[in-house]
Design a protein around this ligand. Structure first.
Ligand SMILES: [Mn+2]
Length: 408
């Protein structure tokens, strides 16, 4: 018996795009709509693939809904699957645990939630498939949920569905921890996991898979995003295919300024790198983090007028494609050690460096930052963490102005 099923997770519907201070409102709107559009695309492609059933392994919603709009949207989309006779299996993760998303809408007939108080099994006799899983009742699930799952149904294709960090994944909070051996010991044929936002084939014997999240939402979620299609023939997994449906992409470009001694060359190099990313992203809108580093004579020009170069860098990136937003620009260049500087009678830069080493000055700077922070209504803002970078920027600006603004 041959069939294909869909395994998706971490839709995070209703999640905002983070870390984007966009100057272009239209582009901001486009990015904000990306998560929903990616989900519509997922359903379109799943229908075209004539899938046998669909699994959503947790974190469907990013959190509790302010109003039902996001749940209505989700219901409308899965109703398209139900209308085509495709069963849908939903599991609650840490972001949409019972205790987090407290409201409920009645689901389409063919959609069912795994229980959260105990392990549950759904059977699809038509395909001889049994799905075993247990969702989160509260956000911080610390129990090993894998151990309590039932034994496989003999002669059927058995799927385990869990939201888990396995034995730990960098950047992901540890929830429902379990080891690969815990999962292997169940003798299932496929593990449909959720929680880790990067696509990962954690094992192939049997397949233990994180499909990754549907749409990158911050610079920590770079590259292509989507779900997976799993092809099964005669009770064996034949293939796990990535289904890329993201509608916008985050990426980072790091450029070594040491290779450039004029700004035109550096801006051209940046434009070329941005063009490469545009190609990789297949024309999707891009949110770019740009980091320019290295010892370069251009350092003084950046330091003397950072606002102007910020504009020029954004313009260079947008020459590659109009739909590019700068997520963040990090100017981390340093001044090259030149004979001129060493020969100077008065070492202004050296004097500033000595000042920066004074504990009193650091204390005063920290206090000044704290008073600024108190006036900005931005939760999570931590200017103190950037103290060193801000002091270095101020020092460089002062040196550049003292030397007359222009570099060498
Ligand atoms: Mn999660």
């Amino acid at each position: 018996m041959n069939f294909t099923f869909l395994h998706a997770a971490d839709l995070h519907l209703g999640s905002p795009f983070r870390g984007l201070s966009l100057r272009d409102e239209a582009l901001g709107q486009k990015l904000a709509g990306a998560s929903r559009e990616a989900f519509v695309e997922l359903i379109d492609r799943a229908l075209a693939e004539k899938i046998a059933f669909a699994i959503f392994a947790g974190d469907i919603f990013d959190g509790d809904w302010r109003d039902a709009a996001i749940a209505l949207f989700f219901n409308r989309q899965i109703a398209r699957l139900a209308k085509a006779g495709i069963p849908i299996f939903l599991l609650k993760g840490n972001h949409d645990a019972d205790s987090v998303v407290t409201k409920n809408l009645v689901l389409p007939d063919l959609a069912q939630n795994f229980p959260t108080s105990r392990a549950g099994t759904f059977e699809l006799p038509e395909w001889r498939v049994a799905l075993h899983g247990r969702g989160f009742s509260h956000r911080a699930e610390s129990e090993n949920l894998a151990r309590a799952l039932p034994a496989p149904k003999s002669g059927w294709f058995n799927i385990g569905v869990l939201h888990t960090s396995l034995d730990g994944r960098p950047g992901h909070t540890s929830y429902a921890p379990c080891s690969l051996d815990d999962l292997r010991a169940k003798n299932y044929d496929y593990w449909a996991l959720g929680h880790v936002h990067a696509f990962e084939l954690a094992a192939r014997d049997p397949y233990i898979v994180f499909p990754g999240n549907l749409q990158g939402r911050s610079i920590r979620e770079t590259g292509a995003k989507g779900a997976v299609l799993v092809d099964v023939a005669d009770g064996q997994v034949q293939d796990v295919r990535r289904l890329i449906v993201d509608r916008a992409r985050f990426c980072e470009i790091a450029l070594d300024a040491a290779a450039h001694d004029d700004m035109t060359g550096l801006l051209r190099a940046l434009e070329a790198r941005a063009a490469d990313e545009v190609l990789l992203a297949g024309g999707r809108p891009l949110a770019l983090r740009i980091r320019i580093y290295g010892a370069s004579p251009l350092h003084a020009e950046f330091a003397a007028d950072p606002a102007r170069w910020r504009d020029e860098i954004e313009a260079a990136a947008q020459r590659a494609q109009e739909d590019i937003a700068i997520e963040r620009l990090l100017l981390e260049t340093e001044a090259p050690v030149t004979a001129k500087r060493l020969d100077q009678d008065f070492d202004f830069a050296g004097l500033l460096d000595a000042c920066l080493a004074e504990p009193d000055l650091r204390e005063a700077a920290r206090a000044a930052l704290a008073s600024v922070e108190a006036k900005i209504p931005a939760p999570g803002l931590d200017l103190g963490a950037e103290l060193d970078a801000l002091l270095r920027e101020a020092r460089d600006l002062a040196v550049a102005r003292a030397e007359g603004g222009s570099g060498s």
